[in-house]
Design a protein around this ligand. Structure first.
Ligand code: ZN
Length: 429
């Protein structure tokens, strides 16, 4: 029964961070057995003798359907980009757009080795349908924005609750739902407080953008008399259930609080660089023991959803920024994309160990980027871009085999996404 990955070079990401040649037997949606030689007869065997086997990567921040806006307004100042390009297009979005944009995003992520993702957007029922169809695992939330309007706040909360009620735990648990207050500057204090109360009552995760830009920091000081992290903390938003996206402008004291409270940070280095938001104090976060994971953010601000790209960028920018080539090393960066990412999303994955969820990818060991093999972790972080990914297994199911996606027609999805994207930007509002 099950799937056997035979003879692969396994980067386990277990507590000893061992890499060894092993057989891996999957049963149901779990890793049942890891051993040098497994004799059980499985239903399906993947020959991994020329493959590197790695836990599937976890993308802890993004807006899936923004794939439709990839390349639609680049090299622009943030505010202009939002006001003239992104917001007007988003105002015209339909549920159908979100479905195809999200499925397209899942395709891109699977092709580059991502098995779990976070999503904050609109028409979330459609996003959930797409994630369900693709075979991916997702932590999804309706992005709430009330701009101080209490009627809107109520509507946003209701939309979140109804989405959570219909989708949380669906697709054999592959889909989880969270609360998604967009940020402390687009949500009223009341909405944020209600979010915290609901999260506590129902043990729900919260996804929140925090301290993304210098403008947000300055506005927060003026409006609340506090830095964004201090304000979020005062409202009870910093808990083990919270994923804080960006955190580019946290002070040392805010970093210490985030570490103490056990809140998770999703670092989005490429989005931060592209939008000129700044460079997050990641080495300081790691030193203080913050659990830092990696996100790509939406495709409009990256513009790629490859976590291999995010890993490389992450591992090199902090070195240059601090004039210190020893910080944010390859192993720490791989941990962010695997172990820490799974922790942030609240899933029992991120490493290849018996009993963990069977979210596993394989890469072609004969690929140029993975050779020579002096240090496979370095190769994965500094030279691989995702194109060596061969097989993707999520929840024990093979969803991509030898780069061929199995659960949907990938060419049809690309074609459809292209048409939907053209329709969206051409549509009268
Ligand atoms: Zn974002």
């Amino acid at each position: 029964m099950g799937v056997l990955l035979r003879g692969g070079l396994v980067v386990t990401q277990n507590s000893k961070r061992q890499t060894k040649r092993m057989d891996i037997l999957l049963r149901g949606n779990k890793i049942a057995k890891i051993s040098q030689k497994i004799t059980e007869k499985p239903e399906f065997i993947i020959d991994c003798s020329n493959k590197l086997v790695l836990p599937g990567l976890c993308n802890t921040h993004g807006h899936l359907a923004m794939t439709l806006l990839r390349g639609y307004g680049d090299d622009m100042p943030l505010q202009q980009w939002l006001e003239n390009r992104i917001w007007p297009a988003e105002a015209k979005l339909s549920g159908d757009d979100v479905y195809w944009g999200s499925l397209f995003a899942c395709l891109e992520m699977m092709k580059s080795g991502t098995t779990s993702c976070a999503d904050m957007y609109f028409f979330m029922e459609k996003a959930a349908e797409a994630v369900g169809k693709s075979g991916m695992r997702g932590l999804l939330c309706h992005g709430m924005i009330d701009l101080g309007d209490s009627e809107k706040a109520e509507k946003e909360l209701n939309a979140s609750v109804s989405f959570i009620n219909s989708w949380h735990g669906k697709e054999n648990g592959r889909i989880s739902c969270s609360l998604g207050p967009h940020s402390v500057y687009t949500c009223s204090k009341e909405l944020l407080e209600k979010t915290v109360a609901l999260s506590k009552k129902k043990n729900l995760k919260i996804q929140l953008h925090l301290a993304e830009t210098r403008k947000e920091l300055n506005d927060s000081k003026k409006q609340f008399g506090k830095r964004p992290g201090e304000y979020a903390g005062s409202l009870g938003l910093l808990t083990q259930n919270t994923i804080l996206a960006h955190c580019g402008w946290l002070s040392m004291s805010e970093i210490k609080t985030v570490a103490k409270k056990g809140a998770h940070v999703s670092h989005n280095p490429e989005s931060n660089l592209k939008l000129a938001s700044g460079i997050a104090p990641v080495s300081e976060m790691l030193e203080e023991g913050v659990s830092v994971s990696l996100g790509t953010d939406g495709a409009a601000s990256n513009n790629s959803l490859s976590l291999f790209g995010a890993m490389k960028t992450c591992a090199i920018i902090h070195k240059a920024n601090r004039w210190d080539a020893t910080i944010v090393n390859a192993q720490q960066t791989l941990d962010m994309a695997t172990v820490n990412g799974a922790k942030a999303l609240g899933i029992n994955a991120g490493s290849i160990e018996e009993g963990k969820l069977a979210d596993i990818i394989t890469l072609d060991l004969n690929s140029p980027s993975l050779n020579p093999q002096h240090n496979l972790i370095s190769n994965l972080v500094y030279s691989e871009n995702g194109s060596s990914v061969r097989d993707v297994i999520i929840d024990g199911r093979i969803v991509m085999q030898d780069r061929r996606v199995l659960l949907f027609d990938e060419n049809f999805v690309i074609e459809k996404a292209r048409k939907v994207a053209e329709g969206l930007v051409g549509r009268k509002g």
